[in-house]
Design a protein around this ligand. Structure first.
Ligand SMILES: [Cu+2]
Length: 299
């Protein structure tokens, strides 16, 4: 995952020190509500949502709301059983979601075929994992987790209970010598597992734009993309610098063989986009660095 090609190793202490600066400077992990007129609000995985109010679901072209990725929000608290892991060793990641009464939540709604979606990524946006813990006794979630490289990671638990849709986040730490990776240069092609994946479209800040992803093998388009978790693709976009993110979903149907999303970035800058898709029963993740420009001029 992390071949040290460009950055000198630093001690974890220094790495975390830099993060502490970021924290005091107003660290925010946000989810962005895709401002997508074509998508039902139920597809929106953005931050806190109730079914009654969906500020990101309008037709306006104002900047999409960025909701914070807190460990506790709106009465719900993410409670990890452990947050320190050993590099390269598989260990259980276990946690509960404490509800407003303090007791673990047990009544989760199924969204995209799962009661909870868990994302883990190192803060330099490497080591992305999209995994699905199992709900056990008394509201305890558990999943085997392997963090291959030392560093500071972020876990995001994305769930719905009652009418509240939330994503709570917590830090995970892998002690050791950290080799932070620079964000790769923006590119429109990725090569996950023998495929070539390209995208068309121009992401913009505060403006919903279509993105079309096409999958090729040996130069030929792959047209038998399969549904994975109820959609032809799942797109998570993390912002460089604070890992603020969007979880968009594909349109119901393929668009001329392409996986189509509607995407609105919260601000100009660079992002890392992770496209999960399935072909032949195998889920692959195509990763792209996207350069997001300012939205259209408004008069
Ligand atoms: Cu998921």
């Amino acid at each position: 995952m992390s071949d040290a090609t460009s950055s000198p190793p630093v001690r974890l202490g220094a790495f975390i020190g830099g993060l502490a600066v970021a924290l005091t400077a107003g660290y925010l992990i946000g989810k962005v509500a895709p401002n997508d007129p074509a998508q039902p609000a139920a597809h929106n995985h953005g931050g806190t949502k109730t079914t009654a109010a969906s500020p990101g679901g309008g037709h306006d072209h104002t900047a999409p709301a960025v909701t914070g990725f807190a460990i506790s929000q709106d009465g719900y608290t993410l409670v990890p059983a452990r947050t320190t892991f050993t590099a390269g060793e598989t260990a259980p990641l276990s946690f509960t979601i404490a509800g407003p009464t303090g007791k673990p939540v047990t009544d989760f709604a199924v969204k995209h075929e799962k009661k909870l979606h868990l994302l883990v990524v190192r803060r330099d946006l490497t080591g992305y994992q999209h995994i699905h813990p199992v709900l056990g006794e008394a509201g305890r979630w558990e999943v085997p987790l392997t963090l291959r490289e030392p560093g500071s990671y972020r876990m995001f638990a994305d769930f719905t209970t009652g009418s509240t849709e939330l994503t709570l986040g917590a830090d995970l730490t892998v002690p050791g010598v950290v080799t932070p990776q620079p964000l790769p240069a923006p590119a429109r092609e990725a090569k996950p597992g023998g495929h070539d994946v390209t995208y068309e479209g121009t992401p913009r800040a505060g403006s919903t734009q279509p993105l079309l992803f096409r999958v090729f093998a040996s130069g030929s388009p792959i047209t038998n993309i399969e549904k994975y978790l109820g959609a032809y693709g799942h797109l998570i976009v993390l912002r460089e610098g604070d890992a603020g993110y969007v979880h968009a979903h594909a349109e119901t149907d393929l668009a001329g063989g392409a996986i189509k999303f509607w995407f609105a970035a919260p601000s100009p800058g660079r992002y890392r986009a992770f496209l999960d898709y399935q072909v032949g029963g195998t889920v692959r993740t195509a990763e792209f660095t996207m350069q997001v420009g300012p939205g259209p001029a408004t008069g």
